[in-house]
Design a binder for this molecule. Structure first.
Ligand code: ADP
Ligand code: MG
Length: 611
């Protein structure tokens, strides 16, 4: 029974305008459909939902004599007393969504309940009824919202482009479809179905349908205990090596509500610990907590949630995430203090944290070899600029700017390293170990080169060069390949297409969430080109407006993805790698800041052998 809330209850509920953009309208309407017990929901939008937006469900329908009431402010069938407010579990409960949507658009409703032989069609313009009749319609409800903000032009101006509004709606539907895997969702954008799920209840299958690029997800489950109650977290996460540069792969649902939460993010971070070298792992988490342990009085259009016991949530999430880690391979870690003290990163760190003892010699007898070497390295600091440059391996090394003088022609700037310490042609290859490291010698010094870091650096500079030049002709592929992306990427702004063409990809729309690639950047291996592309699409695809400084980061991460794999290099290939490396502007660290070289002087080796 839909009734208007008593004013004192209405006032208790956070007031807030729910209608901001097509996204918020779709959210309210779909939530009503879910609350109405629908097992099938179809959403259709045109022009990003600005001109036309429809939500059709097969739920309970609205009784004919209550349809008009439903559009009154504070009219709701869901709560009537203050006590209800405390334990409300349905999605919408403020009773203001329909009123607020109707006030700024032209709404047509078609609805029928199971019991009634005929349904109702009702028309409202700007919240005022302009027509109503009985109508033979299917059981359930269809809400059509046209010309959003037609009577409030100021608000219409704040809307983004059609593609950006559409992509926000698509993302919302992806989230809802994941959570409500038992509901079949379909989304039609400008006449084309862009997303459709079976509603068979299989969450993992639904995730894979919606996000074809999320691979190898692991199931997690665990308790959250805060002393008073035990709640639960479950969900799917990626291994620590499968990360994205944005949090687009992190979806959190608390009691069915899509939320953003710094606390849950912190828990995930803590759970992975130092296994994650860079980026954000994929984590689709479902938390069930007692309603009294969260603040329900949150703003209707904001996604933030307030947990009353934040520590409990954080450690519960961390424990659940952490439980899968023994099952996964850790990604190669950045050098750490304990493991490789003679790399520059470590040395630089210890320099800052712990000054040299006044007379280090006195203590040297007691020191483990690595610490010993680290101290020698420190003592050489200032004397040996070469080692500094090799060793200064940090992310800060590669602060990259997009030149903004000519916004139409962005370029990525690569900073020059401070020193070009030695001529690479003097490096003599002495060996190759663990199918990864090239052992070289030059003028009494041993240099160990990490083939993957080197490769990453070379590719990174090449991609940036190609991007800046924009004159490179794609290398045609005999067999073109296709890449399927998720709907939000396919139907989003697509500025990544321009970037990819600047790199030298010949890429075209192939319909139904798919792009076809007919050419790749010159002198790139097809496999490498494909891995780069997949990663780049994932990174760049969903970003709509925040272009700019992040571009370099996407290139960086995509290069990392591209060079994966253990290739056994022949001596000729090793030589070619060194040659290419020597023409890099900054050959000393991979774009992520891991060192490409480790340098050990003859003296250091001798001291290590206590000669
Ligand atoms: P709230 O959802 O907060 O109760 P709304 O303004 O969103 O307020 O909706 C008002 C009422 O209209 C709901 O409480 C519900 O009874 C009814 N209603 C709205 N949409 C639907 C729908 N799709 N199916 C059945 N009933 C609906
Ligand atoms: Mg509602």
């Amino acid at each position: 029974m839909i009734r208007v809330l008593e004013p004192y209850i209405a006032d208790k509920i956070a007031a807030g305008e729910v209608t901001e953009r097509p996204l918020s309208v779709v959210k309210e309407l779909v939530e009503n459909s879910i609350d109405a017990g629908a097992s099938e929901i179809i959403v259709e939008i045109r022009h990003g939902g600005k001109t036309y937006l429809r939500v059709t469900d097969n739920g309970s329908g609205i009784p004919a004599d209550e349809v008009e009431t439903a559009f009154l402010r504070h009219a709701t069938g869901k709560i009537s007393t203050l006590a209800d407010l405390g334990r409300i579990e349905s999605l919408g409960f403020r009773g203001e969504a329909l009123a607020s949507i109707a006030a700024v658009s032209r709404v047509t409703v078609y609805t029928r309940t199971e019991e009634e032989p005929l349904g109702v069609k009702l028309l409202l313009h700007g919240g005022t009824k302009v027509g109503g009749e009985t109508a033979g319609v299917n059981k359930g409800t269809t809400m059509v919202v046209e010309d959003l903000f037609y009577n409030t032009p100021a608000r219409r101006k704040f809307l983004k482009s059609d593609a950006a509004e559409a992509s926000a709606v698509i993302e919302l539907l992806q989230h809802l479809a994941v959570y409500y895997a038992n509901i079949a969702f379909r989304l039609i954008n400008n006449g084309q179905t862009v997303l459709s799920t079976t509603g068979n209840g299989n969450v993992l299958m639904t995730i894979k349908t919606l996000y074809p690029s999320f691979h190898d997800l692991l199931k997690i489950e665990g308790p959250i205990e805060d002393g008073t109650h035990t709640s639960k977290v479950r969900g799917y996460v990626s291994g620590p090596g499968e990360t994205l540069s944005t949090r687009r792969g992190q979806l959190f649902f608390v009691n069915g509500r899509i939320v953003s939460s710094k606390i849950i993010e912190k828990g995930i971070k803590k759970g992975y610990g130092d296994r994650v070298f860079s980026g954000h792992p994929i984590a689709i988490l479902f938390l069930n907590v007692p309603p009294e342990s969260i603040d329900v009085n949150i703003h209707p259009t904001k996604r933030e949630i307030k947990f009353l016991d934040e520590k409990a949530i954080e450690s519960g999430v961390a424990a659940a995430v952490g439980s899968i880690l023994p099952l996964t391979e850790a990604i190669p870690k950045a050098p750490t203090a304990q493991e490789t003290p003679w790399t520059g990163e470590q040395v630089a760190l210890s320099l800052e944290e712990e000054p040299l003892p006044a007379d280090p010699v006195v203590q040297e007898e007691e020191l483990p070899i690595r610490e010993y070497l680290a101290r020698i390295e420190r003592r050489h600091e200032g004397v040996d600029k070469v080692s500094q440059d090799i060793n200064r391996a940090s992310d800060e090394n590669d602060i990259i700017n997009i030149s903004s003088q000519d916004p139409a022609r962005k370029t990525v700037l690569l900073p020059e390293p401070e020193h070009r310490p030695f001529d690479f042609s003097h490096l003599i290859i002495r060996g190759y170990v663990f199918r990864t490291y090239i052992i070289t010698e030059s003028e009494g010094t041993l240099y160990i080169i990490d083939q993957h870091a080197a490769h990453e650096r070379i590719l990174y500079e090449k991609m940036i060069h190609r991007y800046n030049e924009r004159t490179h002709v794609p290398q045609p592929l005999l067999v073109p390949f296709e890449i399927e992306v998720s709907s939000d990427i396919y139907h989003g702004e697509r500025s990544f297409l321009e970037d990819l063409r600047a790199f030298g990809y010949d890429i075209e729309d192939f319909g139904v969430n798919t792009f076809r690639i007919r050419g790749i950047p010159e002198d790139m291996e097809p496999g490498e080109a494909e891995r780069f592309l997949r990663s780049f699409l994932n990174e760049a695809g969903s970003e709509d407006s925040v272009r700019g400084p992040v571009l370099a980061k996407w290139i960086m991460r995509s290069c990392k993805a591209a060079v994966k794999g253990n290739d056994d290099l022949s001596e000729e290939e090793q030589r070619a790698l060194l040659k290419e490396l020597s023409s890099c502007r900054n050959p000393f660290s991979c774009p992520h800041g891991r060192p490409v070289f480790i340098r050990i002087s003859r003296g250091e080796v001798e001291r290590a052998f206590k000669r």
